[in-house]
Design a protein around this ligand. Structure first.
Ligand code: PMP
Length: 394
């Protein structure tokens, strides 16, 4: 069977990640992992999940194993709505859809707003999972440009959806200032453009004060969440456990209803047991889970930045994240990041990700992403020493 001729044309856009394919061929146990965006093993709350799960199955076992409503488990939506109301703006459970991780949130919003050939405006480099999700709809992309005072107006005028990360972006590790958030919200209003604010890493701040979300600014400008143009996506993957696959969308209720219908067609609902576990842990321990994560990642980030300062040769620069999981390297012109990522894996036993993956078109050759979330400080430092030596030799 010639499968390629049988697959839908759209499948031409679905490609394997080069680095993942390469990683399959080597013994990963010897490799220091700065590649993936995985939470540290030590912060995954096994005993808590076990005790919460036992209680749920003992007291509410039948309900836990039954289908959930497509909108999500009621008490979890209520908890999220109350959290947003307490910390930001009035929000009702009708403004919330629970999804299978926030990755599904991107897929569902993309399906609702994008026809084949429609354009998504984004701020490259950006999250590869978002590009992959929108690729499935047949979308094209345009970059907003780095100065929101002088944005690429055509990119906004001709787009059907926007995708942005205000806090500790993947892969850049950067944050928008309050002024940039307000400018973006103004632009969204001016062009009546629905946007996604991906807030995956927002709870993981290591330095500085939290800033208002783009959504909160837009809600205040437009007189309430139901008049806002911003869909904010969130997840328990970085604060409880990614395998629960519990994420959410917060947005105007009329659009949330439409997105819910699409979710119904895709998977009926998110697993109820997982939602009940997530709700029970979040409602009692959300702040302490976040504190534990911050206490784990903050010194890792600091140690990696120190190692970069001490060991990287001149000509290499990097971002200084205030939170999240990632540092973004800018390489000297003569080094191609794909070559560097391959040699780093095979010669230095350090996995990193080349910048290519994070741009919808060309543009990643002189960048690489380093993740500090998975390896303890000593290993992160050792990895930077090896990577620096390799870059010097190239
Ligand atoms: N958004 C961003 C920016 C991410 O980095 C990730 C995963 N690393 C996701 C969304 C998806 O996460 P999940 O589906 O586990 O919620």
């Amino acid at each position: 069977m010639d499968w390629n001729s049988a697959f839908a044309t759209q499948m031409n856009r679905v490609k394997a990640s080069e680095i993942r394919e390469r990683a399959k061929t080597i013994d990963l146990s010897a490799v220091i992992q700065l590649g993936g965006g995985l939470p540290d093993r030590a912060i995954l709350p096994h005993p808590l999940v076990q005790s919460v799960c036992d209680t749920i199955l003992k007291t509410d076992g039948e309900a836990a194993l039954q289908y959930a409503p497509s909108e999500g488990y009621g008490p979890l939506r209520e908890w999220l709505a109350a959290y947003v109301t307490k910390t930001e703006f009035p929000c009702s459970p009708d403004n919330i859809l629970i999804t299978n991780g926030s990755q599904q949130a991107l897929d569902l919003i993309g399906r609702v707003f994008l026809d084949v050939g429609d354009q998504v405006v984004l701020d490259a480099p950006t999250f590869i999972g978002a590009i992959r999700a929108f690729d499935l709809t047949g979308a094209d992309y345009a970059d907003i440009g780095s100065d929101f005072n002088q944005p690429n107006e055509d990119s906004l005028k001709n787009s059907s959806l926007g995708y942005f990360q205000a806090d500790f972006s993947n892969p850049g590790g950067t944050c928008y200032s309050e002024k940039e958030r307000t400018l973006l919200s103004d632009l969204v209003n001016r062009y009546s453009l629905p946007i996604i604010e991906d807030a995956c890493y927002t709870p993981l701040r290591y330095e500085g004060e939290p800033l208002p979300s783009i959504q909160a600014i837009n809600v205040a400008q437009n007189g309430g969440i139901d008049n806002s143009l911003v869909f904010r996506t969130g997840t328990f993957s970085k604060t409880i456990a990614p395998s629960l696959r519990v994420g959410w969308i917060i947005g105007p209720k009329e659009a949330i209803r439409k997105i819910t219908l699409v979710k119904q067609a895709c998977d009926l609902s998110t697993g109820k047991l997982a939602q009940m576990i997530a709700h029970s842990i979040a409602s009692q321990h959300f702040d302490s889970q976040c504190e534990k994560a911050v206490a784990t990642y903050k010194p890792r980030c600091a140690a990696m930045l120190k190692a970069l300062r001490e060991h990287m040769p001149d000509g290499v620069s990097w971002t200084k994240p205030e939170g999240g999981f990632y540092i973004w390297l800018t390489l000297p012109d003569l080094i191609d990041s794909k070559d560097l990522a391959n040699r780093s894996l095979t010669e230095a036993q350090v996995s990193i990700i080349s910048g290519h993956a994070f741009f919808p078109g060309d543009g990643g050759a002189k960048y690489a992403r380093l993740s500090f979330s998975l390896e303890p400080e000593e290993k992160g430092t050792e990895a930077i020493k090896r990577l620096s030596a390799l870059i010097r030799s190239m």
